[in-house]
Design a protein around this ligand. Sequence first.
Ligand SMILES: C[S@@+](CC[C@H](N)C(=O)[O-])C[C@H]1O[C@@H](n2cnc3c(N)ncnc32)[C@H](O)[C@@H]1O
Length: 388
Amino acid sequence: MTHVTRYAFLVSPSHNRVYAQAAPALAVAEVAVLAERAFEGRLRDVVTTTLGGLPYVSLTLDDAARPDANGTDLALLSTLSSAYALFVVVGDPSAPDDATLRPVTRAGVDLFDSDLLTVQKYAGKTNEDFTRLLVNVTVAATDRPRDLAGPWTTRPDGARRRLRVLDPMAGRGTTLNQALVRGWDAAGIDVDARDVEAYATFLRTWLKNHRLKHTAGLATLRRDGKSLGRRFEATVGATADDYRAGDTIAVELVNADTVHAADLFPAGHFDAIVTDAPYGVLHGNRASGTRGPGGRSTPHDELTRSPVPLLTKALPGWVRLLRRGGAVGISWNVRVAPRAALEDALRDAGLEVLGDVRDDAAPDPWHGFEHRVDQAIQRDLVVGRKPR
Ligand SMILES: C[S@@+](CC[C@H](N)C(=O)[O-])C[C@H]1O[C@@H](n2cnc3c(N)ncnc32)[C@H](O)[C@@H]1O
């Protein structure tokens, strides 16, 4: 016998501000990726709907084959970047105006206060909700998509460890904070020393203000007697007991050029690599020296402002750092580089592109993420997986 529950969630109002009209469509694409990767076909009928004049996404979940005894399904729904309030829909789903919504308490997948994600404000920050979406769809693309539900992944030998996420162009750490809040070990690289200093100052202050037991320090990273750059490193206990037991979350940010990523961390170390590439607007592509005066754009600049030359140089190193079955997710500005160029760069580095148009699995949620950020930026994301 099938047991199907209909859920609806209110799309987060902050999502509406970030994405303007695209918010419900992006929410649907995020759920559809989770449905494809983490629910073995049990999550269906994902649609936008208006209830009481507000945008909701509704879906059905079949839990006959896999009753949600340990709450993993609910935790997965609770991780969605777009879900504000979650409900079970009672009554006739074909008559939405008569629907009754029964509130469902979301699973507590975030270990820390949300101000970790929202306090920092600076030019060039990647929106924290979009970063969460990018992190979610990248981890969903790995060969262990249900790892999204909590802090842990299970190693092939059966032991568990925290998930490990790298942002190889991390800026002031929006991705690192999204990983930390989930209890994942987070590492970042950025070529701008001011970003590393600013993140170190922010995180230390935040940890102190929240009275969390931690260690934190800035030091010079050396290998074979050579200086590889400044490195900020912190370890955090989610609780004082965890800290005392040595069960801590690691965060680090290294000031280096990302093309040297493979020198900085052990091979096969990360489960997911997530980055928001330079847009060619505010941040330039500094390794290839293409940052124009004031970052101003002219049509003539379009090709040189593309992140593709830098990505092509950096991706082989990033892929070395990824475990087999791990995934890379990159967002970029489609106004300075076409999707095909990003997909080619991922394939050339030995990754399988998710939603690759050359494989005809339909429907394809992976092409549903393009949206307008502002006049100069039309953003999309692409995800590739390292073969097992
Ligand atoms: C779009 S921003 C990322 C912003 C970040 N997600 C945040 O919210 O703070 C792109 C970043 O790439 C960095 N970057 C550009 N070229 C780089 C390189 N060759 N190596 C490392 N980082 C680089 C820039 O310094 C910038 O911080």
